[in-house]
Design a protein around this ligand. Structure first.
Ligand code: CMC
Length: 428
């Protein structure tokens, strides 16, 4: 098989190299096409464009495969912990016992945030969405760690930033929530594991003991693993493109949080529960909403259905669906919204519209149901996604910088006015 592709345009032929990934995926390298032919390629939403080569996550949307550094998501969710998966995703290998102990210890030592962060937090109205607060607070960390702004920062400095981000994001996330409910802040307790510490800062009060429910802490750990990375999605691409200008890791992650916020990406988990509650309040007629989703004159979409890359099933959704059943049973919760979700899934999966377009429940369809069961308020759902996705953003940023990727700067096909003379105000 040839290792180049040929483009014939205007009677001339251009040979373009074909690159192959370790799982046999092939791509035409068009980086020299414009220089040779004057042509660029156009692909709105990058539906068919690889922005980089990456060794972090392999995903086969047709077969429903997701692997981090070669390990399947099923095995990681079953056997690993979020901190171990974070190490794997960021540094490329599963840690030895000693490496894991050091990594955990480093993270534990950095969970406190500078006291001045509290005055920034105080400036937000209580109605502020916690995703906006989180993105701002993460960006504000550049002010407390100005060395992170140095584009020629050392490996040690970058590692310090990685540890600080992993350590402080749960503190900032819990504090964003405390600001929302106008409760006193709870400081981290370094005797607790990552998820238990977060739960205590979220739900505890400084004056009272907080009993961690291990079912809740374990379920949260699994949810975070399932969100750890997902290759070149909207927020990861944002992190990479911001970082490609040599902006700091804090600034890049802050931008990633903003990208994740939207309802077509991480914000879908909040949108799913809101949709299910609306259906319930409207009498529970699931077929009415399926019909609305199919009606092209109606902007309504079934939130939690469909995925840019999974066109068969989302392997994370399968694991989450099972976890949702387990959590609800263990906590003895009977959530009427779950019944609507199950009914909606059953109806949509049989419907030709959804079959033809490969629209299946995605990771966000069931995650909201677990978050509700864990007592997490709806507008914190996407923050939970951000906590889980953090190692992925860090790994993507680190890989991009280590590989020396150039600044991200797409081209365009201009469709506006041709040159025209300025029109004075009195002639308009
Ligand atoms: N409900 C109804 N129709 C849909 C839906 C949906 N949820 N998703 C896609 N379609 C239709 C769409 O109208 C289009 O139909 P047609 O070919 O007749 O014009 C077709 O399916 C393809 O849709 P698309 O918008 O071109 O697909 P995309 O790859 O650009 O969008 C998506 C992917 C996830 C943005 C989209 O499926 C969607 O909006 N889903 C709902 C939001 C959601 O659950 N997002 C979370 C994604 S998973 C978490 C994450 O990783 O971010």
């Amino acid at each position: 098989m040839s290792d180049f592709a040929e483009i014939i345009y205007d009677g001339k032929s251009y040979q373009l190299p074909v690159v192959e990934g370790s799982e046999g995926e092939k791509a035409i390298d068009i980086s020299k096409l414009r220089g040779a032919s004057g042509l660029i390629t156009i692909d709105k939403g990058f539906k068919n464009t690889g922005s980089t080569e990456s060794a972090i996550t392999f995903l086969d949307g047709e077969k429903g495969i997701l692997r981090h550094r070669g390990y399947t998501i099923e095995e990681l969710a079953d056997k690993s912990s979020f901190i171990e998966v974070s190490y794997l995703v960021i540094y490329g290998e599963l840690p030895t016992q000693e490496e894991l102990a050091n990594f955990k210890n480093d993270i534990t030592q950095h969970t406190l945030v500078h006291e001045d962060v509290k005055s920034i937090l105080d400036g937000f109205p209580s109605k502020a969405h916690p995703m906006g607060v989180l993105s701002s607070l993460v960006s504000s960390l550049t002010a407390f760690y100005p060395k992170s702004l140095d584009p020629n920062r050392s490996v040690e400095e970058v590692n310090g930033t990685i540890i600080r981000l992993l350590a402080k994001l749960p503190t900032l996330a819990a504090w964003a929530f405390k600001n929302r409910v106008r409760q006193p802040l709870v400081y981290p307790n370094n005797n607790l594991d990552y998820c238990s510490n977060f739960l205590r800062m979220m739900f505890g009060l400084p004056t009272e003991e907080y009993n961690i429910n291990p079912v809740v802490a374990n379920a949260l750990d699994k949810l975070l693993i399932l969100h750890a990375d997902h290759e070149q999605n909207c927020s990861a691409s944002t992190v990479r493109i911001v970082g490609s200008s040599h902006a700091s890791l804090y600034a890049s992650v802050s931008a990633g949080i903003a990208a994740l916020w939207g309802p077509l990406h991480g914000g879908a988990n909040q949108a799913v529960i809101e949709m299910l509650e609306n259906i319930k309040a409207d009498g529970g007629d699931v077929s009415k909403y399926v019909a609305k989703a199919k009606d092209k004159s109606d902007p309504f979409r079934l939130m939690g259905f469909g995925h840019r890359v999974y066109k068969n099933f989302d392997p994370r959704a399968r694991i989450i669906k099972k976890a949702a059943d387990d959590v609800l049973e263990a906590l003895g919760i009977d959530d009427p919204v779950l019944e609507i979700a199950q009914e909606l899934e059953a109806v949509a999966l049989k419907d030709q519209y959804f079959i033809d377009r490969g629209l299946y429940p995605n990771v966000d369809f069931y995650s909201g149901i677990i978050y509700r069961a864990l007592g997490i308020p709806t507008d914190m759902f996407t923050v939970m996604f951000a906590l889980g996705r953090l190692p992925g953003w860090i790994a993507q940023w680190k890989e991009m910088r280590e590989n020396g990727d150039p600044i991200g700067r797409p081209r365009q096909v201009y469709t506006g006015h041709n040159e025209r003379p300025y029109v004075p105000m009195n002639e308009r």
